[in-house]
Write a protein that binds this ligand. Structure first.
Ligand code: FMN
Length: 272
């Protein structure tokens, strides 16, 4: 089976599919587009050739135009809406004691899975710690890791202010996970060159998707650091062998609303 098929009645030979192909494997210079001989293996399955064709003339062996979500351009945000949306994102550190329905979390994770990934490898996998009781148990391992760090790597522990976190936690304040009902991890194979950046980007997308569902989130750096280094926590999490978590996000219904957007440092820009 050919990698691409062209509906010759629809194709207007505009060459857009070839111009947009990231690996330049489509030749549209002579007649209808075709895959350059012997170049099939360079396809990264990004679907751009199908998605960009104005006349829906091109199908890929793994994807037809009907498989793609339609774009309602009127629903896309204007620059000022996007500015407000992005500036309005806040790290949320106080949550209602209310679980988020599983299908909502699934929907948000699916949205975040559309984030870019190096070479379209899509290496990101997700692990949801849904039950608060389980999360509290896992936090016990994080605190054990912090105590080990304080003893064995005092300089690093000092830089990370781990003594404060442990003392606060043991005094009953959940500095680690801020009472979040859920924690979501983005993890990937540590041998895949794109895992770390892809997980970070996908988790960023997940955080951005939360407010439109009435939810909020906060990166959970301490928890994630412990997942990298503390075998008992790794064993309790049971992520696939060779996978590391590259981002942890608290997720829940915010207890409070923000009314103002705090300023940030002026962007340092060169070249403009
Ligand atoms: C990688 C990363 C790790 C973070 N870890 C934590 C954390 O462990 N606990 C926490 O309360 N906030 C954490 N934060 C949130 C930052 O403190 C927050 O982004 C910053 O204070 C700015 O506030 P804003 O996100 O509302 O703009 C983390 C943020 C990032 C990007």
């Amino acid at each position: 089976m050919d990698m691409i098929t062209i509906d010759q009645e629809k194709c207007v030979k505009d060459g857009i599919c070839a111009a947009e192909c990231p690996t330049l494997i489509i030749n549209a210079q002579k007649g209808f587009p075709e895959i350059v001989k012997g170049a099939q293996s360079f396809c990264i399955n990004c679907g751009h050739c199908v998605a960009v064709c104005p006349t829906a003339a091109l199908s890929h062996k793994n994807l037809s135009p009907e498989d793609c979500m339609q774009i309602n351009k009127e629903m896309l945000p204007a620059p000022e809406q996007m500015e407000l949306f992005l500036r309005n994102r806040r790290s949320i550190r106080a949550y209602k004691k209310k679980q988020v329905p599983k299908d909502i979390l699934q929907q948000i994770i699916t949205i975040a899975s559309h984030a870019p990934s190096g070479h379209n490898r899509q290496p990101v996998q997700w692990h949801v710690i849904y039950e608060r009781d389980e999360l509290t148990q896992l936090c016990g391992h994080v605190i054990d890791w912090m105590k080990w760090m304080i003893k064995e790597k005092p300089d690093m522990a000092k830089a990370m202010e781990l003594e404060l976190v442990v003392a606060g936690y043991e005094a009953g304040s959940d500095i680690l996970t801020r009472g979040t009902p859920h924690l979501i991890l983005a993890h990937g194979n540590k041998h895949d060159f794109s895992s770390e950046s892809s997980c970070t980007i996908a988790m960023t997308w997940l955080e951005l998707a939360l407010p439109s569902f009435g939810l909020g989130g906060c990166w959970c750096g301490y928890f994630n650091a412990a997942t990298m280094f503390w075998p008992p926590l790794q064993a309790a999490l049971g992520l696939p062998k060779n996978n590391l978590s590259y981002g942890a996000m608290m997720v829940g219904y915010p207890k409070f609303a923000y009314h103002r957007i705090p300023p940030r440092n002026k962007a340092v820009i060169t070249g403009l």
